[in-house]
Design a protein around this ligand. Structure first.
Ligand SMILES: Cc1ncc(COP(=O)(O)O)c(C=O)c1O
Length: 510
């Protein structure tokens, strides 16, 4: 049993930066332009300010102190973090330095391509690495996250069937109830009707259910495997065959790639397309939607439909293919988030092929170790207890028994765990088929001591749930903020996402 950390977060009564400052304070004094009268000629009249911006006036030290306080009050993601279904990884500082250098940070994709050769080489080289890992023919890095890559696939599916004159007939996308919800959502957003298969006792939908659902109306199968419960469908190759026999496409949401990296190739299972999350599996910081990249790869047959631009190699030069007649167009600007691609490239090069395989094996080992210990704790059960396929990189558990016996929910346990300086766990995507779910993922990163500490904290909190439920119910006690009144989230009159909105709502003059 690890010694549990005697932790308490820092707490400052820190005002908003907009509320700080005094008139005339400065961090840096910038001299007037030497050879031009102020503002003259450089900024068109129409866009010049007539009133000064409403900015707080502060010294550099005050700014530094303010943000230091805020960083001390951060709510987490710096403790032991086993945040599942997301493959949280340490983001190497070196990679942050690389992308902050001017030759990445200060480039513009609109520059002459002769001046972008190094960046284009990184994009192309990383494309080749992902081709090797997946067996696909081409990757595009434009999608801004996993869901965006799934949407790209839904659009490619539409274009593919339209080109064959079958789009009017093929209006259904098949997925499963435990696939990530972005698969169903993006198929629907692209105009498809979604057919959702239920899962069986063994944790995945049956081959028979798929056969019954597939028809000449099927446009695509879209799912992740392992699914959200961490269960790997061993019949997946047969699934892809069934879908192909019906003339449809098969898309592999490979967000849960960590346990099979270098061990399994989407194309060899027959898939026509797949996606990887560079902000999860490939070591770049997590952050869905905007700061992320969902790398979307496809077979030769679908390359014509991919968003453009694509980077091509021509001898020892790199060129940009800006358009293609059948392309679905852009899902995002330019080539996507190049710093994230660069970090992922740096991660793969640092790991090497053998290192990537080893990471996959370690993440499976860590999960199986954790599973053995967690299932020995009173009140913890796992989804599909009788499933014979071993879990790979993660397992979904349930605290239903604890809730029934003590009234303490998975949310309460999560709130109490962070009192010990470990980060909150992930519960489950919707729908919650398993009551009171939680889904930790150890990955390859954490030491055995860290994993043991996390498990010991959880075991301790569950013991508290049985012995002193009120203590757990009222947690967190040692955090920056205690229980948040969630009801205010549903009252737009109470919150503001910008300073201007805040001032408007508090009736101050804007
Ligand atoms: C299996 C799976 N697919 C897709 C996504 C969506 O990813 P993103 O948040 O980058 O859009 C996630 C994220 O949780 C996921 O776990």
């Amino acid at each position: 049993m690890s010694a549990l950390p005697n932790y308490h977060a820092a707490r400052w009564e820190e005002p908003l930066v907009m509320e700080l400052g005094r008139s005339g304070r400065r961090a840096q004094l910038v001299g007037a332009p030497i050879d031009a009268p102020a503002g003259a000629g450089f900024i068109p009249e129409a866009v010049r300010r007539t009133t000064p911006p409403q900015l707080p006036e502060l010294t550099e030290f005050e700014v530094q102190r303010h943000y230091l306080h805020l960083s001390q009050m951060t709510l987490g993601m710096m403790g032991v973090n086993l945040f599942g279904t997301c493959t949280m990884k340490y983001n190497a500082r070196l990679n942050e330095h690389i992308v902050a250098r001017p030759w990445i940070a200060e480039l513009h994709p609109g520059q002459n391509e002769e001046t972008l050769q190094g960046t284009l080489e990184i994009i192309h080289s990383f494309d080749l690495i992902l081709r090797e890992l997946s067996g696909m023919a081409q990757f595009v890095f434009q999608p801004g996250g996993g869901a965006d890559a799934a949407y790209t696939h839904a659009c490619v599916t539409r274009a593919y069937h339209a080109a064959r004159g079958e789009l009017a007939q093929r209006d259904e996308v098949i997925t499963t109830i435990q696939a990530h919800p972005c698969n169903a959502a993006t198929a629907a957003a692209a105009g498809f009707k979604v057919v959702t298969l239920p899962i069986e006792e063994d944790g995945y939908a049956s081959v028979e259910a798929l056969e019954a659902a597939v028809s000449d109306r099927t446009a695509a199968l879209m799912l992740n495997n392992p699914d959200d419960m961490g269960v790997y469908n061993p019949h997946i190759k047969r699934w892809v065959e069934i879908v192909h026999e019906a003339g449809a496409l098969a898309f592999y949401d490979h967000a849960n790639f960590n346990g099979v990296m270098g061990r399994l190739r989407a194309r060899e299972l027959g898939f026509d397309a797949c996606m990887y999350m560079l902000h999860k599996t490939f070591g770049a910081p997590k952050g869905g939607g905007g700061p992320a990249v969902g790398a979307y790869g496809c077979s030769e047959e679908l390359v014509g439909f991919l968003p453009r631009p694509l980077v091509r190699r021509d001898g020892d030069r790199y060129t940009i293919e800006r358009d293609a007649p059948d392309s679905i167009g852009r899902v995002r600007e330019y080539w996507g988030n190049v710093p994230v691609v660069t970090k992922a490239y740096a991660w793969t090069r640092a790991m090497g092929a053998a290192g990537i395989k080893q990471a996959a094996d370690l993440s499976v080992l860590a999960n199986n170790y954790m599973e053995k210990r967690l299932l020995a704790i009173r009140g913890i059960t796992r989804s599909h207890p009788d499933a014979t396929t071993p879990r790979l990189e993660m397992t979904r558990y349930s605290l239903e028994t604890v809730t029934r016996e003590t009234g303490i929910t998975a949310f309460d346990v999560q709130n109490r765990m962070i009192d010990f300086g470990v980060d909150a766990f992930w519960l489950s995507h919707e729908p919650w088929l398993l009551p009171e779910p939680f889904t930790p993922e150890a990955g390859e990163l954490w030491s055995k001591e860290d994993i043991d500490l996390w498990i010991d904290v959880l075991a301790h909190v569950i013991q508290e749930a049985y012995e002193d439920p009120e203590l757990v119910k009222t947690a967190p006690h040692n955090q920056v903020i205690h229980q948040v009144d969630g009801s205010r989230v549903n009252e737009p009159g109470q919150w503001a996402t910008t300073w201007r909105a805040h001032r408007r709502k508090t009736a101050a003059v804007v």
